[in-house]
Design a protein around this ligand. Structure first.
Ligand code: SF4
Length: 176
């Protein structure tokens, strides 16, 4: 009988992982390894913090698998999915999170265009799936899986986001 080898396990990567990957690689490791953040920190619920970057979802949202899309509409026969953000501060994270959704839809045979909406700034940005964007997305996903396999987290790097991060005590405790 032929040897049937099981496919190697691949950790599922989520929109939250993608979002944090473009902010702090150490945080990706801490989230994947479910390291408890500072219990007194208001950002302790990372899922809530992540969602707080997004406006309240409305009735137009679409959910499938791990994915929740804020806005969905059809424009000239094309599906348009939108992600509404409070500010453009974490734009790169938001862009790749949306690209990840576009790519997931594409794998299901659905072609769509993405829009990042920043109502407070009266701005809108188009996000389109391109082979170049897909290459960068795949690299990020592979890198997230690689980071997850590290026995210890990458060292902390001081960035402006640390001020808002639920892990700041964990990373910078000795600085007081
Ligand atoms: S405190 Fe800073 S270095 Fe530590 S996980 Fe958060 S963002 Fe990353």
């Amino acid at each position: 009988m032929a040897d049937v080898k099981a496919a190697p396990y691949e950790m599922p990567v989520t929109g939250v992982h993608i979002w944090y990957y473009f902010i702090c690689k150490r945080e990706v490791w801490l989230i994947v390894h479910q390291i408890a953040a500072d219990q007194d920190d208001e950002n302790v619920d990372l899922g809530r913090f992540f969602n707080d970057q997004t406006y309240q979802r409305d009735k137009k949202e679409l959910s499938f698998g791990h994915i929740k899309i804020d806005r969905v509409r059809e424009e000239r026969g094309e599906l348009v999915i939108g992600e509404v953000k409070k500010s453009s501060r974490f734009k790169e994270s938001a862009r790749y999170q949306l690209l990840y959704y576009l790519d997931t839809l594409r794998q299901m045979g659905i072609t769509a265009r993405g829009e990042l909406l920043f109502p407070k700034e009266r701005r809108k940005e188009i996000v389109e799936w391109t082979p170049e964007a897909k290459t960068k997305l795949d690299k990020a996903i592979a890198d997230i899986r690689k980071i997850a396999r590290f026995p210890v987290p990458p060292p902390p790097k001081k960035i402006p986001f640390c001020q808002k991060c639920a892990y700041r005590e964990y990373c910078w405790a000795e600085e007081g």
